[in-house]
Design a protein around this ligand. Structure first.
Ligand code: G6P
Ligand code: MG
Length: 226
């Protein structure tokens, strides 16, 4: 556990896919379809390893898993990534505000009421579209543009930027993530890491919530005082 005290926390840095809504399942569906097409064996390990990775890093990991990293030209890879994204976007069209994970909207309102700042640290170029479908755009004035990043998760860059755009130091922020790569990035940025998902997977997180309904300021404070 880091030395950060709850009273030092001024902001929350949110991953989107798998934290605010279950778009992680759509990424999974679209990537596993492409993996099938490419003849790459799908597994839970691959599925978890892909979470949080940029589109191109994801494709590279899939190809590497199937020992096919040298089989495609850059142009062919771009085509495959676009194909995956087109399928993903079809799924995204079905999203409504009812798809926000239980308790998340209430948590965002609680943060607003208490004057906490918030930003989005998602590797997804589709994050603004997803936020729009969820009708959460007004909550997130500050979204890191993944096009400006030099390195993807697990590098801390995106989480440092997400603190910067709300005028905070990383040590003043809590980062929320469903991906092991994301938790690693938050820890490397020296933010407090809050995992959303299974404690068996998110073993490096400072605290883990399996049930999004339990993500409240009181429960976070209790975890930090442990
Ligand atoms: C998020 C998801 C990843 C996804 C990445 C890029 O971090 O967790 O699964 O690959 O964003 O998303 P994009 O929508 O730009 O392809
Ligand atoms: Mg995620």
């Amino acid at each position: 556990m880091k030395m950060t005290k709850f009273a030092d926390i001024k902001g929350f840095v949110f991953d989107l896919d798998g934290v605010i809504t279950d778009t992680a399942q759509f990424h999974t569906k679209a990537w596993s379809k492409l993996a099938d097409q490419l003849g790459v064996q799908w597994s839970t390990e691959l599925q978890n390893g892909l979470k949080g990775l940029s589109r191109m890093d994801s494709l590279e990991l899939i190809l590497k898993t199937g020992n096919k990293e040298n089989d495609y030209s850059q142009a062919e890879k771009e085509k495959l990534a676009t194909q995956k994204n087109n399928l993903y976007l079809q799924f995204v069209q079905t999203i409504t505000p009812a798809d926000i994970f239980p308790g998340i909207k209430e948590f965002l309102d609680e943060l607003n009421q208490h004057g906490y700042l918030m930003s989005i640290a998602s590797a997804s170029k589709n994050a603004p579209t997803v936020l729009d479908k969820l009708e959460l755009t007004d909550y997130f004035e500050h979204v890191v543009d993944p096009k400006t990043l030099k390195r993807g998760k697990p590098d801390p860059e995106i989480f440092i930027k997400a603190a910067e755009i709300i005028g905070l130091k990383p040590e003043q922020c809590i980062g929320l993530e469903d991906a092991t790569a994301g938790i690693a990035g938050i820890n490397a940025a020296n933010e407090v890491s809050l995992g959303v998902g299974s404690p068996d997977v998110l073993t490096e997180a400072d605290m883990v919530f399996e049930d999004t309904n339990k993500i409240t300021l009181a429960n976070i404070e209790a975890n930090m005082n442990k």
